[in-house]
Design a protein around this ligand. Sequence first.
Ligand code: THU
Length: 127
Amino acid sequence: MDREKLIEEAAKAKQFAYVPYSGFHVGAALLCSDGSIVTGCNIENSAYGPTNCAERTAVFKAVSEGKRSFEAIAVISDREEYVSPCGVCRQVLAEFCGPELVVLMCGRDQTYRETTLGELLPFSFSL
Ligand code: THU
């Protein structure tokens, strides 16, 4: 797995973030099991609630293209500190990924902390 390439793709996706309310740009890149990479950015809304995080944009794009098996996700923002997926995105990832999914939480300089979905969302809910 080329972690640096995945992070680079997340950083590129960040430029498309639609963030008129928070000004907080986030990009995500999902490595699919077929080797392809699907990216996403956060897309905000004046009603706030419909805002979609970068991670979910990437997952929904991938699933809508018939991809449901994933190896890793990288997420990056404008902040110096590593950005960590929100609780809703963790649950959405858990719908399609096992606890072994690699999660790369990046700072804006593309350094990262590596973890797994299992560490971020232990005892996840499923039907
Ligand atoms: N956001 C993400 O895109 N991913 C996260 O994991 C955390 C939050 C977005 C949502 C909103 O557009 C902005 O960051 C501030 O919460």
